[in-house]
Design a protein around this ligand. Sequence first.
Ligand code: FES
Length: 139
Amino acid sequence: MRPQRRISGHPILADLGPATVEFTFDGEPLLARPGEMIASALFAGGISVFGHHHRDGGPQGIFCANGQCSQCTVLADGRPVKSCMVAVEPGMRVERAEGRPPLPAAASSRSRPTASSARWRTAGPAPAASTSAGCWPSA
Ligand code: FES
């Protein structure tokens, strides 16, 4: 088992308790705190490369840490997830996402949005409040 890289005795944050939730990463046993995100548990366990990019093989890991970038994608019990947004479950089997992770069959059968439908969803009138004179301080 790897040594835990956790902060203990933080001067501001409360002690979150011991890591007691067992899971594996590429078959290696690790521990997480109850409710801890996969990315945090991996990093605390000394793992900072969670996979490699499909295009250039670049290492992938924590980047935004708030669910915006997908750099931290791993396979959790066979499903691709953003590891910074999904908590470790007891016995969870986490694996590196090498290249493009497979998508569930149901997702691949959906129709893809067309350029016109995508434009329709993203373009539209500006929110009324942003153009109203009441939003700006008067000169
Ligand atoms: S680090 Fe960006 S989505 Fe997880």
